[in-house]
Design a protein around this ligand. Structure first.
Ligand code: ARG
Length: 465
């Protein structure tokens, strides 16, 4: 039916079905507005399908050649922005197929042999997502490398470590940054694992029951570089768990980003003053001339909500769907696309921003000297001198109370004052109470001693090389 005929048809309907309503339903059911983004995967999948049909003798060599030529021309048209997407043709698949027939004639109509849009769309989304996962994985590596190099630079910089956001124990800033490297490394593992299940071939499942043509599905999987074929046609066309798994891994990346964002925002506030972010990632206020706001981390923290929201959307979309394909699944695309876009932008921008991060070691140090951050070290010191830990804990609590009453840090008490709490204290206590002493004492695998931090930096460098 031509566009004109379609238009006439809607006009021929009763007054009840007026033109605007018909347009609304058309818009409501069509996906071409967003799924045209899958065009490359759609063409790649079609080329592999046609190649297999020809190899199996289902398609003639001439028809195969015509289809190949036509699809390549269409790819060029789309790339050049010359392809006219038609809402009347509903989705990316029908648009490309109709154009193919326009270009190569009857051979184009043979492409869909042994195939349905149901296995086609599942294949397209998987192919597309596989490519995106690979890009996201390299972006995650780049971000990790930036953090590892910052950690190497600042292995000896000391800041207060917090629990409950209360000063707890001094830690190396490098160690703190490497905590995020661990998170992003696990995120990368999760993505790599999800990729194995994304990279399986639904094509050949046809509408839901498979097909009566002698297809060679393994061949198509090999052509497309897939790890295997989906083994049940009903499952192949209907489940979107691979998309949910990806979204869940993506949501975790964003959750990690949001934690880092929150710290950057805190550290940049005047009350901490630990860091500065490059101006290019901050904005000013239209009313308060003194303001420099950490907009990028704030937005990343906010965008985390939207990525988590997409995950919830996808999970809810899948819930309770009967076998096999349902049109509900058309709704998987926009959340997936937005997740990928948001994640890629965020990872890129964070790598750039963190590369330009400036650290203010003096402010970090001053903060670590408040809050009796080395109280645990004093307790450990007394334990080494023979006091049971519980008693040492109590002794130090008294010392902290006295120091607080005098408005000084534990480390600023005199030797005589400390000895009044326990006679075992000697002059060597001050090394223990120093920030450096505290860090160096924690020289166990995974701990904050600068020597450990440097060892971790080397491990990560080797891993990321
Ligand atoms: N646009 C559809 C989607 O995204 C393609 C599959 C349509 N299949 C169907 N039987 N209507 O899911």
């Amino acid at each position: 039916m031509s566009d004109n005929q379609l238009a006439n048809k809607s006009q021929a309907w009763s007054a009840l079905f007026s033109e605007p309503m018909s347009d609304l339903v058309k818009r409501y059911t069509a996906s071409v507005g967003f799924d045209q983004r899958l065009w490359r995967a759609d063409i790649t999948g079609s080329l592999a399908h046609a190649e297999m049909l020809a190899a199996q003798g289902i398609l003639s060599t001439e028809d195969h050649a015509a289809i190949q030529r036509g699809l390549n021309e269409i790819a060029a048209e789309i790339e050049a922005g010359q392809f006219e997407w038609k809402l009347d043709l509903e989705d990316v698949h029908l648009n490309i197929e109709a154009r193919l027939t326009e270009r190569v004639g009857i051979a184009g109509k043979r492409l869909h042999t042994g195939r349905s849009r149901n296995d086609q769309v599942a294949t397209d989304v998987r192919l597309w997502l596989r490519g995106e996962i690979d890009e996201i994985s390299s972006l995650l590596r780049a971000l990790q490398s930036v953090l590892v190099e910052k950690a190497a630079e600042h292995a000896d910089v000391i800041l207060p470590g917090f629990t409950h956001l209360q000063v707890a124990q001094p830690v190396s800033f490098g160690h703190h940054l490497l905590a995020y490297v661990e998170m992003f490394a696990r995120d990368a593992e999760r993505l790599a694992d999800a990729r194995k299940r994304v990279n399986r071939l639904p094509l050949g499942a046809a509408a839901l029951a498979g097909t009566s043509y002698p297809l060679d599905r393994e061949r198509v999987a090999r052509t497309l570089g897939m790890d295997g074929v989906c083994q049940n046609s009903l499952d192949a066309v209907s489940d979107r768990d691979f998309a949910i798994e990806f979204s869940s891994a993506a949501a975790l990346v964003m959750i990690h980003i949001s934690r880092l964002s929150e710290e950057l925002i805190l550290w940049m506030s005047q009350n901490f003053g630990f860091i500065a972010l490059p101006d290019a990632f901050c904005t000013g206020s239209s009313i308060m001339p003194q303001k420099k706001n950490p907009d990028v981390p704030e937005l990343a923290r906010g965008k985390t909500g939207r990525v988590v929201g997409h995950l919830v959307g996808l999970v809810t979309l899948m819930k309770g769907q009967p076998l096999a394909y349902n049109k509900d699944n058309q709704e998987d695309k926009e959340p997936l696309f937005d997740t990928v876009d948001t994640l890629k932008d965020t990872l890129r921008i964070f790598a750039d921003m963190l590369a330009g991060l400036t650290v203010k070691p003096e402010a970090m140090r001053a903060a670590a000297l408040k809050g009796h951050a080395t109280a645990t070290d004093l307790a450990d010191y007394l334990v080494k001198k023979g006091l049971p830990f519980r008693d040492a804990h109590e002794v130090v609590a008294h010392a902290v109370k006295t120091a607080s009453q005098q408005g000084v840090d534990l480390a600023a008490l005199t030797l005589a004052q400390l000895q009044a709490f326990d006679a075992r204290v000697e002059a060597d206590v001050f090394e223990v109470l120093s920030l450096e002493g505290s860090l160096n004492a924690r020289n166990v695998l995974g701990a904050t001693a600068p020597a450990q931090v440097r060892a971790q930096v080397e491990r990560h460098r080797a891993r990321l090389a």
